[in-house]
Design a protein around this ligand. Structure first.
Ligand code: BGC
Length: 918
């Protein structure tokens, strides 16, 4: 797996990171010419995060080993014309040295969401004010998998110390700005209640911008870049205002009672007064005027198209800038009920100089405006319909500030009578009765009253559906000498190749191995395909996956580039730029011999409390789908793949493997699946990860309608589907208890790969999965397994790994060497045993006895170093503190005397000994 530049971040990638990060920053307030800073200013920065500037959230989505990061102070110092209050910086630097960043011991999900703040006395602030005319207070937050945000201080709310800090500083500085270096929107109601609030002139979300976070923030603060980001989520005054809050956080079951009324769809329809900053909002240093210059409806009925032209002019005098024009629509309430605004299209202008204009044209097809009738109330059950009435359009720069478009033909696009746009079938309907929100009477103030209706329940037989659609079984031919490369060279068909596999081999190919599999790039998440020797013999290579989403995570310590978090990218509203960024990412994947990145994450921000929101894009499905499609296309251009995840409804971390998301079919189709549909259809995604949670009673990895009827049937997806790591499955028909061993259910649903059995575990079934047992009992057919095997092989055929030469069995044997070796036990506690003498070049096996007291999904890793160089990465998740034995095979060693050592990469495991054998 050697590659000279493996682990060396791609030259030039950092510049692209900086550009996209600057583009995603959202300015919520800017008065008294606080920003941009000028050469006349002298700036005092408060808050420890000016130094401990977050580049990302935590967990698998944040654990990129980077060559460097940048913080705000360094970023600003690069602008020589800006004077910083270096005395204050010094005070902070000293304090941070004495009060180091608390990483929670470096263990999985151990890092706290906030850091202790340095107390700042009035005297200290006043003293800073003697030399500085402007102050910036930096507030930092992180988040990550396995833990949600909470509506408590230090998470969604400011801590008392942070609030105090802002008050003290604003008491001494008439021009105070708050910079939010956060992974997610946080409570902003303090802006209304805080003391000295009139002095808080500016608020800027700088989010977490990857390795260039500090430089990009400085670019915006100094005006080198004019901010042009827009909120991808609504900021309401109170967490209790979000309609999901009531049903968030249960470990067993969450009712999605707000249905399609997520984010601004809810607020604009039912509670506009609860909004502090609307969806799509963000200021610039300059001003723009957006004028609709032409609006026309062409065609009729479902074929109609609304064409809207808008002209954007930079009406400011000093700064160049970019503006995002957003088009919303309002569908008639009809029988289904509708939100009063839904995003239909958006475009960002180029950089407009003062006085410069740009014309933007939006073409919106009527069929894009259709809604899904899951009850039959319109007369067309299970169809996308356009109900009768006028569909109005609003153009503007956020959901609130968008004026109605007047068409030559009237107020919008007219549908004379209800028309079906697409007839589908019932899928994924909940089995459990609950009520969902819908608009009732319209008040004089233009607000809809909240009413409820019963959610339509499941009425189809999954048993019959699965039986009717069973794939044809190919007769197992046994080895006919057809190799993988013969399929590659199109000398034979994929079918003939796969037909050779025995039942055992079929059961093996659906097992992914990991983490840190020695057959692929060190420290990555998994290997699959030819991991079992019996499959490798056919010439199937081992393909490699790595986290994701915002950079390559290699727990071996190999370095890569960290990009901005997903939410920040969405806030740029610039899919073209995202596509370019992800093309860079694709190139870095190729350099590291990784076939697919485990990202982008793209679940809907149903609640600001989801701990993984930072990996995802937005509360809006159209913005989400546009971003995801751009990321998938960008990576796809290089030949590597993106894995869209977590399919679907992984909308909270608490009880993430148990909490059932109970959702109506309409909300699934219009909100939670929509982005995935766009990533598949527009982005041409070919790799997808299901989620940990059950959805309407079926764990997603064994959810037939999700992975087969919708994904492959309706959307035409032809790629691979993998589980999340150590996911559970249950019966695709009956539901019931989730079980990690139920791979038969997984295969039946057409989730092709189980991620992950331990290394070496695919050949030997170390996880004791039930695939073969189910074949015997008739609960699974050979055809179903062959179908998954075909999906996997098809993916690998199109992946970078298929282009690299594969070692022949003879070469492998030669590399392995034929010699005997007396096992050596290395015991970390006994320093004198940590020596190893190797006489022959060859491949060795390591047995590692380890345990971890962390939770089942918690990941820890550690490198085994020989003479200071990592030769193997040991990885485990929580073992309930029981001792486990894991095997690492194929470790290539050359002759020499070695001093062995262990090096924690992600703390949390205890190693009793490592036995080196042949
Ligand atoms: C996460 C996935 C990630 C996988 C591999 C899981 O804990 O949920 O998003 O890709 O680990 O690291």
């Amino acid at each position: 797996m050697e590659c000279t530049k493996m682990g060396v971040p791609l030259e030039g990638f950092g510049d692209k990171v900086r550009e996209t990060a600057a583009e995603g920053m959202v300015l919520l307030k800017n008065e008294k010419q606080m920003f941009p800073l000028t050469k006349e200013d002298h700036v005092a920065i408060f808050g420890r995060c000016q130094i401990n500037y977050y580049k990302s959230g935590t967990g698998s989505g944040g654990a990129v080993h980077t060559a460097y990061t940048t913080n705000l102070v360094e970023g600003l110092r690069r602008y020589k014309e800006i004077s910083l209050n270096e005395e204050l910086v010094q005070i902070y630097e000293n304090w941070v040295k004495e009060n180091p960043f608390d990483d929670g011991g470096g263990v999985w999900a151990g890092e706290p969401w906030y850091q202790k703040e340095m107390p700042v006395s009035e005297e200290m602030a006043r003293k800073a004010g003697e030399t500085s005319n402007k102050a910036i207070v930096v507030i930092g937050r992180t988040a990550g998998e396995d833990q949600d945000n909470a509506p408590v201080e230090g998470s969604y709310l400011l801590t008392k110390e942070e609030r105090q800090l802002i008050e003290t500083v604003a008491g001494c500085f008439e021009k105070t700005a708050v910079v939010l270096n956060v992974s997610n929107i946080i409570d902003m109601s303090w802006l209304e209640t805080i003391q000295n609030k009139a002095h808080v002139c500016s608020v800027l979300y700088t989010w977490q911008g990857g390795i260039e976070a500090g430089n990009a923030s400085a670019d915006v603060l100094t005006g080198a870049v004019t901010p042009s980001g827009k909120l991808p989520d609504t900021i309401a005054y109170d967490i209790a205002d979000y309609p999901s809050t009531e049903n968030f956080g249960d470990e067993e079951r969450n009712y999605y009672a707000e249905d399609i009324y997520v984010g601004y769809r809810y607020f604009e329809t039912f509670a506009p007064e609860k909004v502090q900053f609307p969806f799509g909002f963000g200021l610039s240093y300059t001003e723009f005027q957006t004028q609709v210059t032409r609006a026309k409806v062409q065609g009729e009925g479902k074929e109609a198209v609304a064409v809207i032209e808008a002209c954007v002019t930079n009406t400011g005098a000093v700064y160049s800038g970019k503006e995002v024009v957003q088009v919303y629509y309002e569908a008639p309430q009809g029988k289904l009920g509708q939100p009063v605004r839904q995003l239909a299209a958006f475009q960002k202008t180029g950089l407009l100089a003062p006085g410069e204009s740009q014309k933007l044209t939006f073409t919106i097809k009527a069929c894009q405006l259709a809604s899904y009738d899951d009850s039959g109330v319109t007369g067309y059950k299970n169809a996308y319909v356009l109900e009768e009435g006028t569909y109005g359009f609003y153009v503007g720069t956020d959901v609130r500030n968008a004026g109605q478009v007047l068409f030559a033909e009237g107020k919008g696009l007219k549908i004379p009578s209800c028309v079906v746009v697409q007839s589908l079938q019932e899928v994924l309907a909940p089995a459990e009765a609950f009520q969902r929100l819908r608009p009732g009477r319209l008040s004089e103030q233009g607000i809809y009253e909240k009413t409820e209706e019963d959610v339509p329940l499941q009425s189809v037989s999954l048993k019959a559906r699965i039986a009717e659609n069973l794939p044809e079984e190919m007769e197992i031919t046994g080895d006919r000498g057809i190799t993988f490369s013969m399929v590659q060279e199109e000398k034979t068909s994929l079918e003939a190749f796969v037909a050779q596999f025995t039942k055992e081999q079929l059961a093996r190919i659906v097992r992914g191995e990991g983490m840190c599999n020695p057959m692929v790039t060190p420290g990555t998440a998994s290997a699959f395909g030819g991991t079992a020797p019996s499959l490798y013999r056919y010439g199937i290579p081992a393909a490699c996956t790595a986290d994701g989403p915002s950079g390559i995570r290699m727990d071996s310590g190999l370095q890569a580039t960290q990009m901005p978090i997903g939410t920040m990218l969405a806030a740029s509203w610039n899919p073209e730029m995202m596509e370019e960024l992800y093309e860079w990412e694709g190139k870095e994947l190729l350099r590291n011999q990784i076939d697919t990145l485990l990202g982008p994450g793209m679940n809907i921000h149903r609640s600001p409390l989801n701990g993984r929101n930072f990996e995802y894009f937005s509360e809006d499905p159209y913005l989400t789908g546009t971003c995801a499609a751009a990321a998938v296309r960008g990576i796809g251009k290089t030949g590597a793949a993106a894995t869209i995840k977590h399919f679907a409804c992984n909308n909270q971390e608490k009880g993430r493997t148990t909490a059932d998301s109970v959702v109506s079919q309409r909300a699934l189709r219009e909100i939670y699946l929509k982005g995935f549909e766009m990533a598949v259809k527009e982005g041409k995604a070919r790799s997808l990860m299901t989620s940990y949670n059950p959805l309407n009673g079926h764990w997603t990895a064994s959810n037939y309608d999700l992975c087969t009827t919708v994904l492959r049937g309706e959307w035409g997806y032809e790629g691979i589907v993998m589980t999340d790591w150590w996911a559970k499955m249950n019966d695709p028909v009956e539901g019931g208890k989730g079980d990690m061993k139920n791979t038969a259910a997984m295969v039946r649903a057409q989730n092709d790969l189980y991620m992950v059995v331990g290394n070496g575990g695919s050949q030997e079934n170390i996880y004791e999965d039930n695939t073969l047992e189910a074949l015997e009992s008739g609960n699974l057919s050979v055809g179903e397994l062959q179908r998954c095997a075909m999906n996997i092989c098809r993916f690998i055929l199109e992946s970078p790994v298929a282009k690299r030469p594969l070692k022949t069995p003879e070469e492998l044997e030669k590399e392995a060497g034929s010699f005997a070796f007396v096992p050596v036990k290395l015991i970390p506690e006994k320093e004198e045993t940590m020596r190893l003498s190797i006489e022959h070049t060859g491949r060795y096996k390591f047995f590692v006895k380890l345990r971890s007291g962390l939770s089942q999904q918690a990941q820890s890793s550690c490198n085994l170093l020989l003479n200071g160089k990592p030769v193997a990465t040991v990885q485990t998740n929580g073992t309930g503190n029981e001792w486990n034995l894991i095997k690492l095979e194929n470790i290539y060693l050359e002759p020499g005397d070695y001093q062995a050592a262990l090096q924690d990469v992600k703390a949390g495991m205890e190693i009793a000994w490592v036995e080196v054998c042949r």
